[in-house]
Design a protein around this ligand. Structure first.
Ligand code: ACO
Length: 344
């Protein structure tokens, strides 16, 4: 009897990786309660709902309370994911947290989360790849599992961007929001899980999006504070162009590695930065609007949390079912970018 034609190629299935797969066992997300609408922003800077909506697609975003830190958002998302996976805190071997807004420069926010969720057996560390952070962290976590080092990894993307946004700068303050998304990675025999991830960076364009002060290059000083160097700075136009190119190339490479055509993808989940970026990337990939999931109108750009929150929401809304193929595509400061293909 001839075997059925292969649906796709799993690039991880090679000697040494046989028999060990890594899947997302559960997801969780958390959005702070306070909603900041475009109408609210009209009262803060010289902007309009019409401009924000047509240029970005964003209607509102969430803002964390002053006493709510990035680790609090992360812990709430993580606890929901753990509950859905029926996972006790002491079953977590490793916590990897992606953020550009850590509670403090050190110790890591992952250690704060460890304390808040009681996962005291876990090792914990942060990674930083800006808006691409969740996919970078997912790929790191999956390698720990594939290498038989650990069995259960908690991956979190969490941001309190409202603390680094200049609320007087209309070029940036309309774009960002706070939130967190979490995934539990486990070795799930019999499933394919995370099929591939294409990662990329371009340090030549590190000036396009950055926070110039607060690090060793420009330590905090009266001058750095007075000149607003502790805020997020961005060249929007150049970032836009780089984002479209990088996201398209990464997605194409990820599909090619798996011998997949875009039509075989059930759900494309891009970084939720700008509706026009998402439309341009989707068009270049040949993805139909029905394939592409967006929720940026409600939350704006939540950087490392963005794609994690969107993935959780897509699953909760029944847009993704077991066996479906999913394409995640991200882009951020660094520059950094990534695309991942997952069999759900
Ligand atoms: N309200 C009204 N007018 C505005 C606003 C605003 N909120 N912001 C900018 N403008 C004005 C500008 O001043 C400019 O006016 P001018 O022509 O008189 O100079 C005009 O609108 C057009 O400005 P552009 O920069 O050309 O606007 P564009 O269409 O490019 O949209 C935007 C700007 C939304 C920032 C877009 O470039 C973008 O989304 N860039 C990508 C951002 C991104 O993806 N970041 C991801 C990474 S973030 C991270 O990693 C943390």
């Amino acid at each position: 009897m001839t075997p059925p034609p292969k649906k796709f190629k799993n690039p991880r299935l090679r000697p040494g990786f046989q028999g060990r797969s890594c899947s997302i066992a559960a997801l969780g997300s958390y959005l702070p309660r306070r909603v900041l609408t475009n109408a609210d922003l009209e009262k803060m800077v010289d902007t309009s709902n019409e401009w924000i909506l047509t240029r970005t697609g964003i209607k509102e975003r969430r803002i964390a309370a002053p006493e709510e830190h990035t680790s609090d958002l992360a812990a709430k998302a993580a606890l929901l994911a753990m509950q859905r996976a029926n996972l006790a805190p002491d079953q977590i071997d490793l916590i990897i947290l992606a953020t550009i807004t850590p509670d403090m420069p050190f110790p890591s926010t992952a250690c704060m989360v460890q304390k808040k969720i009681g996962a005291f057996r876990a090792a914990a560390f942060d990674i930083q790849a800006a808006c691409s952070g969740f996919l970078f962290a997912l790929e790191i976590g999956q390698h720990f599992i594939m290498a038989h080092t650990v069995d259960t990894v908690l991956v979190v993307g969490a941001e309190k961007l409202s603390t680094i946004v200049n609320w007087k700068d209309r070029n940036t303050c309309v774009l960002f929001g706070d939130g967190a998304g979490a995934a539990i990675l486990r070795n799930c025999p019999g499933s394919h899980g995370l099929l591939t991830t294409c990662l990329g960076s371009d340090g030549n364009k590190s000036d396009l999006i950055c926070m110039p002060a607060g690090g060793s290059k420009c330590p905090p000083s009266a001058h750095s504070l007075a000149s607003g160097m502790h805020y997020l700075h961005m060249d929007g136009r150049e970032t836009f162009k780089s984002a479209v190119n990088a996201m398209h190339m990464a997605a194409r490479d990820a599909l090619r590695r798996c011998d997949l055509d875009i039509s075989q993808i059930k759900c494309v989940i891009p970084h939720q930065a700008n509706r026009r970026i998402i439309d341009a990337v989707s068009e270049r990939l040949g993805a139909t609007p029905a394939q592409v999931f967006t929720n940026l109108e409600k939350y704006g750009n939540t950087s490392a949390a963005s794609v994690a929150i969107a993935l959780d929401e897509a699953v909760q809304l029944g847009r993704i079912h077991k066996g479906d193929l999913i394409l995640l595509i991200v882009f951020g400061a660094g520059l950094t970018w990534a695309a991942a293909v997952i069999e759900w």
